[in-house]
Design a protein around this ligand. Structure first.
Ligand SMILES: [Zn+2]
Length: 166
C-alpha cells in the first residue's frame, strides 16, 4: 500500500468515529454504525453489473481479504481504495464512499444556516449579541422571517453540539 493509501485508511477511521458519534452508537456495540453503512453500500453495489449476484463477503474480499469480518476496517480500507484508485476502485469501495458522502453532506448543507441569507445590516439591526459578538437572541421588532431563521439555526447548532461536531 502507498503512503497516501495508509494515510487515507487512517483518516477513514476518523471519519468512521465521526459517523459513530453522529449515529450515537459506540465502538463496543458490535461496530453497529460501520456495519450498517457498509451493508447499505453493499445493497447499492449489487445493483451495479460489477457487483450483481455477489455476496457481501465476496465484495468485501475484493477490498481487502483480511478485513472481511471487521466493518471498521472494511470501511476504512474502502476509503483508502477509493482515494488511491478513484473510479478504478472495486465496486463496494465506490458504494461505501458514496454512502459516507451522503451522510457527511446531510450534516453540512449550507441551507441549514438560514440567518446567512440576511444582509449584515439586517443581522446587526435585528440580532442581540453577547460580548464576543455571538448572536444570542432576536430583537422584538425583527421580522418573523428573521426570528424563524434564528430559531432554526439555534436548533441546528444545538444538534451539532450534542453530536460533538463543531
Ligand atoms: Zn484500520
Amino acid at each position: 500500500m502507498t503512503a497516501i493509501g495508509v494515510g487515507a485508511h487512517e483518516a477513514g477511521h476518523i471519519v468512521e468515529d465521526w459517523l459513530i458519534k453522529k449515529f450515537n452508537s459506540v465502538h463496543t456495540e458490535y461496530r453497529a454504525t460501520p456495519r450498517r453503512l457498509t451493508y447499505e453500500a453493499y445493497q447499492n453495489a449489487i445493483l451495479n453489473p460489477e457487483g450483481k449476484g455477489k455476496s457481501f463477503k465476496k465484495l468485501q474480499e475484493e477490498i481487502a481479504i483480511y478485513e472481511t469480518h471487521n466493518p471498521s476496517e472494511c470501511l476504512s480500507s474502502a476509503i483508502s481504495d477509493y482515494v488511491t484508485n478513484a473510479n478504478n476502485a472495486v465496486i463496494l469501495s465506490k458504494a461505501i464512499w458514496q454512502r459516507i458522502k451522503e451522510e457527511l453532506s446531510k450534516m453540512l448543507l449550507p441551507n441549514e444556516v438560514k440567518l446567512a441569507k440576511f444582509s449584515i445590516e439586517e443581522y446587526e439591526k435585528y440580532g442581540v449579541f453577547d460580548n464576543e459578538g455571538w448572536i444570542v437572541g432576536v430583537k422584538e421588532n425583527a421580522p418573523a422571517e428573521f426570528k424563524e431563521a434564528y430559531e432554526w439555526d439555534k436548533k441546528k447548532n444545538a444538534e451539532r453540539w450534542k453530536l460533538g461536531i463543531d
